[in-house]
Design a protein around this ligand. Structure first.
Ligand SMILES: *Cc1c(COP(=O)(O)O)cnc(C)c1O
Length: 478
């Protein structure tokens, strides 16, 4: 399997999975995608059904990933999947289980990992892949990132203890929930460096860009990233779409729909890939909160990114995103993989005008039919009402992001087609909103009891790139 960029590069074909594993953006500024999607047929799906039932999630992951990775020996890839997906890492041996809700809905539980958010499913695989590939190359990697919540902790729990990997993670001082802060800052590991920046998330992001943009500095300290545009994260997520479909259906041609709460187009992009592969997916229902950039596009054809000032702080903060970094992958497929048009839209039009409009095009007119996408947004009041209603009807507590998905999913349920909502976090991460909805604190899984009382390991830093650089240099010693 070879990989190419959504903007047309590289000129010479020949990038394999391990070539792009440690990269973020393609050199031309685009995003990597496989040159074509492997197609699955009913026979292969039947084999996967049997595999999941007899050998479990890691074996299914190995089978799906093998279609995309041909530069890691088979037995090694199997080992990587088994180390990433087992019940010492995830809370259940199923890794991703499903629960039926009232009214034709299902929940796919993606939050059983160490940080109780779906990002663990991709990040745990990434940690194993990084360790493996760095070991083969005899190389080291210093991951530099910024987080406003779930990404940073998922990265740290996946990368700690991995040989050759260090993490520098910037957070806006005092702006994450106490639980999210405790998750990260309680890690006591010299290879994990938590940094609290005097500023907001955008300041952290700018510092990362400034430090990594200094190419001499970047090379000297082997800086890398784990952001959501990384292809390995995306393909890891394809596995749980297959697993959830298998767990909800009994026949190999039975269709389901998925509803996915999103901001960055990361999770649902993997659903799009699964559908392109031929997994029997009917609709892909995209759910946003009040930050409705993507909902607006799928309803109107107009894509307009927002400024930080226009981005609302909501009760589903992990979706408070003004610009959907994975969206370019979908637009590439929508436009028939016309890289010149994608380049024009994302490298010229968007930076110039902050928007583009596909409303008059035949591609947009055929979008719903060809790609299955529909969308809607939820409000804070609707999420609270959904948390209350699901708790009352099903005895299940969902977090505000999952509640967004459930609320929107109800608009698109069709008789005979199960609608699977991806549960993206456990309610314990967003306790204040749960209390607002039902007046009681969510249950705390045993792994998280007393988390806020542990000693904190975090370095305070002014909003200054030179201060960040000297901190990194003092840790790497280079
Ligand atoms: C990251 C995150 C999301 C949004 O993920 P996308 O990449 O935008 O699809 C939703 N819910 C939770 C809990 C998250 O952590």
């Amino acid at each position: 399997m070879r990989y190419l960029s959504t903007r047309g590069g590289p000129d010479s074909p020949g990038l394999g999975f391990c070539d792009i594993l440690l990269e973020g953006l393609a050199p031309d500024g685009g995003l990597f995608l496989p040159e074509s999607y492997p197609r699955v047929d009913a026979q292969l799906l039947a084999r996967w059904r049997n595999l999941l039932a007899t050998e479990g999630y890691a074996a299914l992951a190995h089978a799906v990933l093998s279609l995309y990775i041909d530069d890691i020996p088979d037995a090694d890839l199997r080992g990587i999947c088994e180390r990433a997906y087992n019940d010492t890492v995830f809370s259940s041996p199923e890794i991703v289980g499903v629960t039926e809700l009232d009214g034709g809905l299902w929940l796919a539980h993606l939050s059983g990992g160490p940080t109780a958010a779906f990002k663990d499913l991709a990040m745990q695989l990434l940690g194993q892949l990084f360790e493996y590939e760095l070991g083969r190359r005899g190389a080291e990697l210093n991951i530099l990132g910024a987080t406003s919540g779930d990404t940073g902790s998922a990265a740290e729990y996946a990368m700690r203890g991995r040989a050759g990997v260090r993490v520098f993670m910037l957070t806006p001082a005092g702006r994450m929930t106490p639980f999210q802060q405790a998750q990260m800052f309680s890690l006591d590991d010299p290879a994990i460096v938590n940094i609290a920046v005097e500023g907001v998330f955008d300041d952290c992001q700018d510092l990362v860009k400034a430090a990594a943009g200094d190419l001499e500095f970047k090379q000297r300290h082997s800086l890398g990233a784990v952001n959501s545009i990384n292809w390995a994260r995306l393909v890891a997520q394809v596995v749980y779409y297959v697993a959830a479909w298998l767990r909800v259906t009994t026949a190999d041609d039975q269709r389901v729909s998925f509803c996915v709460p999103t901001g960055n187009f990361g999770n649902i992009c993997a659903g799009h890939v699964a559908r392109m592969m031929g997994v029997p997916i009917d609709s892909l229902v995209l759910a946003t909160n009040e930050n409705n950039v993507l909902d607006e596009f799928f309803r109107t054809g107009s894509y307009r990114v927002r400024s930080s000032a226009e981005t609302h702080a909501t009760s589903s903060p992990s979706m408070d995103i003004s610009k959907a970094s994975n969206f370019e992958r979908f637009v590439f497929d929508l436009l028939g993989r016309d890289a010149a048009r994608v380049r024009e839209l994302f490298a010229v039009k968007l930076p110039q005008d902050g928007c583009f409009d596909l409303s008059g095009t035949p591609e947009f007119a055929g979008l719903r039919e060809r790609f299955g996408f529909v969308s809607a947004a939820s409000s804070h009041a609707e999420r609270l009402a959904t948390i209350r209603a699901v708790h009352a009807a099903d005895g299940i507590l969902v977090d505000p992001h999952t509640a967004d998905g459930i609320r929107v999913a109800r608009d698109f349920v069709r008789p005979g087609v199960p609608m699977i909502v991806t549960e993206t976090a456990l309610p314990v991460k967003f306790a204040a909103t749960i209390v607002e909805a039902i007046g009681i604190e969510p249950d705390r899984p045993a792994a998280f009891v007393g988390l806020e009382d542990l000693p904190r390991h975090v370095v305070d830093l002014p909003n200054d790139v030179e201060a960040l650089k000297s901190l990194i240099a003092s840790v790497t010693g280079r």
